[in-house]
Design a protein around this ligand. Structure first.
Ligand SMILES: CC(C)(COP(=O)(O)OP(=O)(O)OC[C@H]1O[C@@H](n2cnc3c(N)ncnc32)[C@H](O)[C@@H]1OP(=O)(O)O)[C@@H](O)C(=O)NCCC(=O)NCCS
Length: 195
């Protein structure tokens, strides 16, 4: 019999842009979101919705224009996600700025670097798509996420004292932005936004 060891191999981690759900992906993504919401969430839901509502939400993310979904995998299992949301076409004045949203890692998959890699994947996608700025907002209670944003060079620019209400408690929200290139003024005067 092989000797027992506490030295389990590090799990395999991967972050990818998801264009279609394969195998157990949708089920695993729902499970991960469910656990993250129960653990304090921070991306809209206060309590996890019924499974069919959650499934409809994630199918919608892939179906609607303007959203790109990234997932993080631990040993192949979807364990977290983040989205890049482009501004609507009518918002010409803010065509240079995209949004990072719905970012989480399931509690069982934390501490393996998935969150950092998810944010970096969204930043890279936004930069490659020609955006100058990324923005996000976050509840004051999401301290691990806030520390990570700051470590990755995001700038806190504002606070909303009445941002969210969670189980009767009103929470502040923090607003961050990150310049993806230069000073955010665009490559040439007057130009703004992706080609
Ligand atoms: C924030 C969150 C995504 C971090 O996930 P994670 O996969 O554990 O993060 P990582 O392993 O990539 O760690 C990233 C960094 O944060 C640090 N970190 C992560 N969790 C931490 C914690 N609870 N306390 C202190 N530091 C923490 C890590 O040490 C790491 O630092 P390093 O890159 O300098 O080594 C996860 O805690 C989460 O999903 N929280 C709930 C949802 C949420 O807050 N979403 C944001 C809403 S906008």
């Amino acid at each position: 019999m092989a000797p027992e060891s506490d030295d389990l191999p590090e799990p395999r981690t991967a972050v990818e842009r998801l264009e279609a759900f394969r195998g157990a992906d949708l089920h695993d993504l729902c499970d991960a979101a469910d656990l993250a919401v129960r653990g304090g969430g921070g991306f809209g839901w206060v309590d996890p919705p019924p499974r069919e509502v959650m499934e409809r939400y994630w199918r919608g993310v892939l179906a609607v224009p303007g959203r790109t979904l990234f997932v993080g995998r631990l040993d192949g299992v979807v364990a977290g996600s983040a989205q890049l949301v482009r501004p609507p076409p009518n918002n010409e004045a803010q065509a240079f700025a995209a949004t990072l949203t719905t970012f989480f890692v399931a509690p069982w998959a934390r501490g393996h670097g998935l969150a950092r890699r998810l944010i970096e994947a969204v930043e890279e996608e936004a930069r490659d798509a020609g955006f100058d700025v990324l923005q996000l907002d976050v509840r004051e209670t999401q301290t691990a996420a806030i520390r990570l944003y700051e470590a990755l060079g995001w700038v806190l620019w504002g606070t909303n004292p009445v941002y969210a209400r969670v189980h009767g408690r009103t929470l502040q929200g923090y607003y961050f932005y990150k310049l993806l290139r230069g000073d955010g003024a665009g490559d040439d005067q007057g130009r703004s936004g992706p080609a």
